[in-house]
Design a protein around this ligand. Structure first.
Ligand code: CTP
Ligand code: MG
Length: 234
């Protein structure tokens, strides 16, 4: 089975604050995107990595890939992204060549996912699951609210039992045909790819995620990511 990884990296990173697009920000001197590309290419199963670049940044991303050491066995493609994550993933899927059986979709904003997590996701797809998601139990209790737009206190609607909830990560792994069908069929706004497959009625399964697969979203996450890298080098 030929496996490709699509890396949506076209977001601006509004929550991280002003500066370059998030995927191009450095972590200990190396762009976040390069860390994410290396994390996918570290799996021997991944033969192609498609980077979905910021719309105006495809040329810059191509030169970044050329300037950093990457495994010889892996092919790389760069395509410009869209206005939403969902659109960016679709543009990445459109760029895949024939003969891909398994697709991973991995946020550039999760640069430190360990290769064992990547391999566990691929393995579960190979074993027959149409969609596989790495996930972890929650530390915080979660409340459903009526969101307020003016800063007033938000009324609580419900508190789902924490033991039944999981926080999901990437890479999410898919049977290629299933993910393509989901992107052709589902038009609702979603925040991950697996939820599109759920809407098709196909079974999504979870495998254990990893603490180091956290998403770099806010400034404090940069501090944590650089500390994790420093610990790895120690
Ligand atoms: N993404 C994308 N295209 C978009 C929006 C997001 O490829 N139009 C990518 C981001 O680059 C990121 C991943 O989707 O790797 C997860 O999105 P998120 O963490 O929300 O990143 P941003 O959208 O860049 O951040 P923010 O929401 O704070 O602006
Ligand atoms: Mg976003």
């Amino acid at each position: 089975a030929r496996t490709a990884a699509v890396i949506p990296a076209a977001g601006r990173g509004v929550r991280l604050g002003p500066g370059a697009p998030k995927a191009l920000r450095a972590l200990n001197g190396t762009p976040m995107l390069i860390h994410a590309v290396r994390a996918m290419a570290a799996s021997r199963a991944v033969s192609l990595v498609v980077v979905v670049a910021p719309p105006e940044g495809a040329a810059e991303v191509k030169s970044l890939l050329a300037d950093h050491a990457l495994p010889e066995r892996t092919d790389f493609l760069v395509v410009p992204g869209g206005d939403t994550r969902q659109e960016s993933v679709k543009l990445g899927l459109d760029a895949l060549p024939d003969g891909i059986d398994i697709v991973l979709v991995h946020d550039a904003a999760r640069p430190l996912v360990p290769v064992d997590t990547v391999d566990a996701v691929i393995e579960a797809v190979r074993d027959g699951a149409p969609a596989v998601v790495p996930a972890l139990p929650l530390a915080d209790t979660v409340k459903e609210v009526v969101p307020s737009t003016d800063g007033s206190p938000e009324p609580v609607v419900a508190t789902p039992a924490r033991a039944r909830l999981r926080a999901v990560q990437t890479p999410q792994g898919f049977d290629h045909a299933t993910l393509v069908r989901a992107h052709e069929t589902v038009t609702d706004d979603v925040t991950d790819d697996a939820s599109m497959v759920e809407k098709l009625g196909a079974q999504v399964v979870l495998v254990p995620g990893h603490e180091e697969a956290f998403k770099v979203t806010r400034p404090l996450d940069l501090v944590l990511a650089e500390a994790v890298l420093a610990r790895r080098r120690a």
